[in-house]
Design a protein around this ligand. Structure first.
Ligand code: NAP
Length: 286
Protein backbone atom coordinates (compact mmCIF):
# COMPACT_ATOMS: atom_id res chain seq x y z
CA UNK A 1 0.00 0.00 0.00
CA UNK A 2 1.36 3.39 -0.95
CA UNK A 3 1.33 5.56 2.17
CA UNK A 4 0.54 8.97 0.68
CA UNK A 5 0.17 10.49 4.13
CA UNK A 6 3.71 9.54 5.15
CA UNK A 7 5.20 10.60 1.80
CA UNK A 8 3.35 13.96 1.94
CA UNK A 9 4.50 14.49 5.51
CA UNK A 10 8.15 13.88 4.48
CA UNK A 11 7.67 16.31 1.57
CA UNK A 12 6.28 18.96 3.95
CA UNK A 13 9.23 18.48 6.30
CA UNK A 14 11.58 19.07 3.40
CA UNK A 15 9.49 22.09 2.34
CA UNK A 16 9.78 23.58 5.82
CA UNK A 17 13.57 23.48 5.55
CA UNK A 18 13.40 25.11 2.10
CA UNK A 19 10.98 27.78 3.40
CA UNK A 20 13.35 28.50 6.32
CA UNK A 21 16.21 29.00 3.84
CA UNK A 22 14.01 31.22 1.70
CA UNK A 23 13.08 33.38 4.70
CA UNK A 24 16.69 33.63 5.86
CA UNK A 25 17.76 34.70 2.36
CA UNK A 26 14.96 37.13 1.47
CA UNK A 27 13.62 38.30 4.84
CA UNK A 28 10.00 37.37 4.17
CA UNK A 29 7.90 34.21 3.85
CA UNK A 30 6.18 32.90 0.71
CA UNK A 31 2.51 33.91 0.85
CA UNK A 32 -0.56 32.04 -0.39
CA UNK A 33 -3.91 33.83 -0.81
CA UNK A 34 -6.97 31.58 -0.82
CA UNK A 35 -10.37 32.77 -2.08
CA UNK A 36 -13.50 30.92 -1.00
CA UNK A 37 -16.86 32.06 -2.31
CA UNK A 38 -19.89 30.61 -0.53
CA UNK A 39 -20.44 28.15 2.28
CA UNK A 40 -19.85 24.75 0.65
CA UNK A 41 -18.84 22.59 3.65
CA UNK A 42 -16.36 20.38 1.75
CA UNK A 43 -14.67 23.48 0.25
CA UNK A 44 -14.48 25.09 3.69
CA UNK A 45 -12.70 21.99 5.03
CA UNK A 46 -10.22 22.00 2.12
CA UNK A 47 -9.48 25.70 2.63
CA UNK A 48 -8.96 25.23 6.36
CA UNK A 49 -6.55 22.29 5.76
CA UNK A 50 -4.58 24.26 3.20
CA UNK A 51 -4.23 27.18 5.63
CA UNK A 52 -3.11 24.86 8.44
CA UNK A 53 -0.49 23.17 6.28
CA UNK A 54 0.79 26.55 5.08
CA UNK A 55 1.42 27.58 8.66
CA UNK A 56 3.07 24.20 9.44
CA UNK A 57 5.72 24.78 6.77
CA UNK A 58 6.17 28.44 7.77
CA UNK A 59 4.35 30.17 4.90
CA UNK A 60 2.00 33.12 5.19
CA UNK A 61 -1.61 32.49 4.31
CA UNK A 62 -4.37 35.01 3.65
CA UNK A 63 -7.94 33.73 3.48
CA UNK A 64 -10.59 35.71 1.61
CA UNK A 65 -14.04 34.34 2.44
CA UNK A 66 -16.77 35.93 0.35
CA UNK A 67 -20.53 35.43 0.66
CA UNK A 68 -22.23 33.20 -1.91
CA UNK A 69 -24.00 36.17 -3.55
CA UNK A 70 -20.69 37.92 -4.35
CA UNK A 71 -20.66 39.25 -7.93
CA UNK A 72 -18.11 37.99 -10.46
CA UNK A 73 -16.67 41.54 -10.83
CA UNK A 74 -15.94 41.64 -7.10
CA UNK A 75 -13.98 38.39 -7.31
CA UNK A 76 -12.10 39.71 -10.37
CA UNK A 77 -11.26 42.96 -8.55
CA UNK A 78 -9.92 40.99 -5.58
CA UNK A 79 -7.76 38.87 -7.90
CA UNK A 80 -6.39 42.02 -9.59
CA UNK A 81 -5.47 43.39 -6.18
CA UNK A 82 -3.75 40.12 -5.19
CA UNK A 83 -1.94 39.99 -8.56
CA UNK A 84 -0.35 43.33 -7.67
CA UNK A 85 0.43 42.47 -4.04
CA UNK A 86 4.13 41.60 -3.65
CA UNK A 87 3.45 39.68 -0.39
CA UNK A 88 1.24 37.24 -2.32
CA UNK A 89 3.13 34.61 -4.34
CA UNK A 90 0.31 32.17 -4.93
CA UNK A 91 -3.43 32.70 -5.52
CA UNK A 92 -5.86 29.84 -5.19
CA UNK A 93 -9.56 30.08 -5.95
CA UNK A 94 -11.35 27.18 -4.27
CA UNK A 95 -13.59 25.36 -6.76
CA UNK A 96 -16.45 24.90 -7.39
CA UNK A 97 -17.58 28.52 -7.63
CA UNK A 98 -21.29 29.43 -7.37
CA UNK A 99 -22.98 29.01 -10.78
CA UNK A 100 -23.35 32.78 -11.45
CA UNK A 101 -19.54 33.18 -11.45
CA UNK A 102 -17.63 32.08 -14.56
CA UNK A 103 -14.90 29.65 -13.49
CA UNK A 104 -12.87 30.13 -16.69
CA UNK A 105 -13.09 33.93 -16.43
CA UNK A 106 -11.94 33.88 -12.83
CA UNK A 107 -9.07 31.43 -13.40
CA UNK A 108 -7.93 33.42 -16.43
CA UNK A 109 -7.67 36.57 -14.28
CA UNK A 110 -4.99 35.07 -12.02
CA UNK A 111 -1.46 36.11 -13.01
CA UNK A 112 0.15 32.94 -14.47
CA UNK A 113 3.18 33.49 -12.21
CA UNK A 114 0.88 33.21 -9.14
CA UNK A 115 -1.31 30.41 -10.51
CA UNK A 116 -0.26 27.76 -7.97
CA UNK A 117 -3.13 25.46 -8.97
CA UNK A 118 -1.70 25.36 -12.49
CA UNK A 119 -5.10 25.84 -14.18
CA UNK A 120 -4.34 29.03 -16.17
CA UNK A 121 -4.15 28.43 -19.93
CA UNK A 122 -0.59 29.77 -19.96
CA UNK A 123 0.54 27.13 -17.46
CA UNK A 124 -1.57 24.47 -19.19
CA UNK A 125 0.21 25.49 -22.41
CA UNK A 126 3.68 25.15 -20.86
CA UNK A 127 2.70 21.68 -19.65
CA UNK A 128 1.31 20.76 -23.08
CA UNK A 129 4.66 21.54 -24.73
CA UNK A 130 6.45 19.47 -22.10
CA UNK A 131 7.86 22.32 -20.00
CA UNK A 132 5.75 22.49 -16.85
CA UNK A 133 6.32 25.48 -14.57
CA UNK A 134 3.41 25.35 -12.12
CA UNK A 135 1.74 21.98 -12.74
CA UNK A 136 -1.72 21.12 -11.33
CA UNK A 137 -1.25 19.86 -7.78
CA UNK A 138 -3.13 16.52 -7.85
CA UNK A 139 -1.44 15.02 -10.92
CA UNK A 140 1.88 16.49 -9.84
CA UNK A 141 1.32 14.80 -6.46
CA UNK A 142 0.78 11.46 -8.25
CA UNK A 143 4.06 11.87 -10.12
CA UNK A 144 5.82 12.77 -6.85
CA UNK A 145 4.45 9.52 -5.31
CA UNK A 146 5.77 7.45 -8.23
CA UNK A 147 9.18 9.18 -8.07
CA UNK A 148 9.46 8.73 -4.30
CA UNK A 149 8.82 5.00 -4.65
CA UNK A 150 11.34 4.75 -7.52
CA UNK A 151 8.73 3.22 -9.79
CA UNK A 152 10.20 2.96 -13.30
CA UNK A 153 8.16 4.98 -15.80
CA UNK A 154 10.18 5.15 -19.03
CA UNK A 155 8.60 2.99 -21.72
CA UNK A 156 5.84 1.75 -19.39
CA UNK A 157 2.25 1.63 -20.61
CA UNK A 158 0.14 4.11 -18.66
CA UNK A 159 -3.64 4.42 -18.74
CA UNK A 160 -5.33 7.51 -17.31
CA UNK A 161 -9.10 7.16 -16.85
CA UNK A 162 -10.64 10.65 -16.84
CA UNK A 163 -9.76 13.69 -18.96
CA UNK A 164 -10.65 16.65 -16.76
CA UNK A 165 -8.58 19.83 -16.91
CA UNK A 166 -7.83 19.45 -13.21
CA UNK A 167 -6.65 15.84 -13.12
CA UNK A 168 -6.88 13.55 -16.16
CA UNK A 169 -5.38 15.69 -18.93
CA UNK A 170 -2.44 17.11 -16.98
CA UNK A 171 -1.81 13.63 -15.51
CA UNK A 172 -1.50 12.18 -19.01
CA UNK A 173 0.83 15.01 -20.05
CA UNK A 174 3.06 14.53 -17.00
CA UNK A 175 3.27 10.77 -17.68
CA UNK A 176 4.20 11.58 -21.27
CA UNK A 177 7.04 13.78 -20.00
CA UNK A 178 8.15 10.72 -17.98
CA UNK A 179 8.36 8.80 -21.28
CA UNK A 180 5.39 6.53 -20.61
CA UNK A 181 3.27 5.30 -23.50
CA UNK A 182 0.04 7.01 -22.52
CA UNK A 183 -3.61 6.20 -23.22
CA UNK A 184 -6.46 8.42 -21.98
CA UNK A 185 -9.91 6.92 -21.39
CA UNK A 186 -13.21 8.74 -20.77
CA UNK A 187 -16.92 8.00 -20.66
CA UNK A 188 -17.06 7.11 -24.37
CA UNK A 189 -14.06 4.76 -24.31
CA UNK A 190 -14.94 1.20 -25.24
CA UNK A 191 -13.59 -1.92 -23.57
CA UNK A 192 -12.33 -0.06 -20.52
CA UNK A 193 -11.51 -3.34 -18.74
CA UNK A 194 -9.28 -4.45 -21.62
CA UNK A 195 -7.52 -1.08 -21.72
CA UNK A 196 -6.83 -1.45 -17.99
CA UNK A 197 -5.42 -4.94 -18.42
CA UNK A 198 -2.69 -3.52 -20.68
CA UNK A 199 -1.58 -0.84 -18.22
CA UNK A 200 1.58 -1.03 -16.13
CA UNK A 201 0.63 2.29 -14.53
CA UNK A 202 -3.09 2.90 -13.99
CA UNK A 203 -4.38 6.29 -12.81
CA UNK A 204 -8.12 6.52 -12.17
CA UNK A 205 -9.76 9.96 -11.81
CA UNK A 206 -13.47 9.58 -12.52
CA UNK A 207 -15.63 9.89 -9.40
CA UNK A 208 -17.46 6.52 -9.61
CA UNK A 209 -16.98 4.24 -6.60
CA UNK A 210 -15.53 0.79 -7.40
CA UNK A 211 -15.50 1.47 -11.16
CA UNK A 212 -12.25 -0.46 -11.63
CA UNK A 213 -12.42 -4.09 -10.52
CA UNK A 214 -9.58 -6.34 -9.42
CA UNK A 215 -9.76 -8.56 -12.52
CA UNK A 216 -9.26 -5.47 -14.73
CA UNK A 217 -5.78 -4.96 -13.35
CA UNK A 218 -2.63 -6.35 -14.90
CA UNK A 219 -0.72 -8.42 -12.31
CA UNK A 220 2.08 -6.28 -10.88
CA UNK A 221 0.63 -2.97 -12.12
CA UNK A 222 0.88 0.24 -10.08
CA UNK A 223 -2.55 1.69 -9.31
CA UNK A 224 -3.10 5.34 -8.39
CA UNK A 225 -6.67 5.99 -7.28
CA UNK A 226 -7.49 9.71 -7.40
CA UNK A 227 -11.25 9.34 -6.89
CA UNK A 228 -12.96 10.66 -3.78
CA UNK A 229 -16.50 9.36 -3.30
CA UNK A 230 -18.65 9.78 -0.21
CA UNK A 231 -20.80 6.72 0.47
CA UNK A 232 -23.61 6.58 2.99
CA UNK A 233 -22.56 4.24 5.79
CA UNK A 234 -24.23 0.81 5.73
CA UNK A 235 -25.82 1.19 9.18
CA UNK A 236 -28.21 3.86 7.87
CA UNK A 237 -26.86 6.58 10.17
CA UNK A 238 -25.92 9.98 8.84
CA UNK A 239 -22.25 9.01 8.76
CA UNK A 240 -20.41 8.40 5.53
CA UNK A 241 -17.22 6.75 4.40
CA UNK A 242 -14.85 7.84 1.69
CA UNK A 243 -13.88 5.43 -1.08
CA UNK A 244 -11.97 5.79 -4.33
CA UNK A 245 -12.76 4.70 -7.89
CA UNK A 246 -10.98 1.34 -7.56
CA UNK A 247 -12.32 -1.71 -5.70
CA UNK A 248 -9.41 -1.56 -3.28
CA UNK A 249 -9.47 -5.05 -1.68
CA UNK A 250 -9.73 -6.82 -5.04
CA UNK A 251 -7.12 -4.60 -6.69
CA UNK A 252 -4.64 -4.85 -3.81
CA UNK A 253 -4.38 -8.61 -4.42
CA UNK A 254 -3.20 -8.07 -8.01
CA UNK A 255 -1.32 -4.75 -8.05
CA UNK A 256 2.31 -4.39 -7.00
CA UNK A 257 1.48 -1.02 -5.38
CA UNK A 258 -1.77 0.84 -4.82
CA UNK A 259 -2.87 4.08 -3.18
CA UNK A 260 -5.64 3.86 -0.57
CA UNK A 261 -8.52 6.33 -0.33
CA UNK A 262 -8.28 8.22 1.92
CA UNK A 263 -4.57 8.55 2.69
CA UNK A 264 -3.17 8.18 -0.83
CA UNK A 265 -3.26 11.01 -3.36
CA UNK A 266 -5.22 13.52 -1.20
CA UNK A 267 -2.39 14.50 1.18
CA UNK A 268 0.00 14.87 -1.78
CA UNK A 269 -2.29 17.44 -3.40
CA UNK A 270 -1.89 19.87 -0.51
CA UNK A 271 1.86 19.21 -0.21
CA UNK A 272 2.27 20.00 -3.93
CA UNK A 273 0.21 23.18 -3.58
CA UNK A 274 2.70 24.37 -0.96
CA UNK A 275 5.60 23.30 -3.15
CA UNK A 276 4.14 25.30 -6.06
CA UNK A 277 3.75 28.34 -3.78
CA UNK A 278 7.39 28.14 -2.73
CA UNK A 279 8.37 27.70 -6.38
CA UNK A 280 6.35 30.78 -7.39
CA UNK A 281 8.01 32.78 -4.60
CA UNK A 282 11.48 31.61 -5.66
CA UNK A 283 10.82 32.54 -9.30
CA UNK A 284 9.49 35.98 -8.24
CA UNK A 285 12.50 36.57 -5.98
CA UNK A 286 14.98 35.65 -8.69
P1 NAP B 1 -14.59 15.34 -13.52
O1 NAP B 1 -14.24 16.69 -13.97
O2 NAP B 1 -16.02 15.00 -13.23
O3 NAP B 1 -14.03 14.32 -14.61
C1 NAP B 1 -14.36 12.95 -14.57
C2 NAP B 1 -13.81 12.27 -15.79
O4 NAP B 1 -14.22 10.90 -15.73
C3 NAP B 1 -14.34 12.84 -17.11
O5 NAP B 1 -13.27 13.00 -18.00
C4 NAP B 1 -15.32 11.76 -17.60
O6 NAP B 1 -15.34 11.59 -18.98
C5 NAP B 1 -14.72 10.50 -17.00
N1 NAP B 1 -15.75 9.47 -16.84
C6 NAP B 1 -16.99 9.61 -16.34
N2 NAP B 1 -17.63 8.41 -16.37
C7 NAP B 1 -16.77 7.53 -16.89
C8 NAP B 1 -16.83 6.14 -17.18
N3 NAP B 1 -17.92 5.43 -16.92
N4 NAP B 1 -15.76 5.54 -17.74
C9 NAP B 1 -14.64 6.26 -17.99
N5 NAP B 1 -14.52 7.59 -17.74
C10 NAP B 1 -15.56 8.20 -17.19
O7 NAP B 1 -13.80 14.93 -12.20
P2 NAP B 1 -12.31 15.36 -11.70
O8 NAP B 1 -12.33 16.74 -11.19
O9 NAP B 1 -11.30 14.96 -12.71
O10 NAP B 1 -12.19 14.38 -10.45
C11 NAP B 1 -12.23 12.97 -10.61
C12 NAP B 1 -12.26 12.32 -9.23
O11 NAP B 1 -11.06 12.67 -8.54
C13 NAP B 1 -13.41 12.80 -8.34
O12 NAP B 1 -13.81 11.71 -7.51
C14 NAP B 1 -12.76 13.88 -7.48
O13 NAP B 1 -13.40 14.03 -6.23
C15 NAP B 1 -11.37 13.30 -7.31
N6 NAP B 1 -10.33 14.31 -7.04
C16 NAP B 1 -9.45 14.02 -6.06
C17 NAP B 1 -8.43 14.90 -5.77
C18 NAP B 1 -7.45 14.57 -4.70
O14 NAP B 1 -6.76 15.44 -4.21
N7 NAP B 1 -7.32 13.28 -4.32
C19 NAP B 1 -8.32 16.10 -6.49
C20 NAP B 1 -9.21 16.36 -7.54
C21 NAP B 1 -10.22 15.44 -7.80
P3 NAP B 1 -15.90 12.72 -20.02
O15 NAP B 1 -14.79 13.73 -20.11
O16 NAP B 1 -16.13 11.96 -21.26
O17 NAP B 1 -17.13 13.30 -19.39
Amino acid sequence: MIDGKAIASALCKDLKTRVDHFKARHGYAPGLAVILVGEDPASAIYVRRKGEQCRVVGMETMEHRLPVETREETVLELIQRLNGDSAVHGILVQLPLPPHIGTRTVLAAIAPSKDVDGFHVTNAGWLAIGEPTLAPCTPWGCIRLLHTLNIPLRGERALVIGRSVIVGRPMAQLLLIEDCTVTIAHRYSENLADLCREADILVVAVGIPNLVRGDWIKPGAVVIDVGINRLQSADGTNGHRIVGDVAFDEAARVASAITPVPGGVGPMTIACLLENTLRAAEIAAN
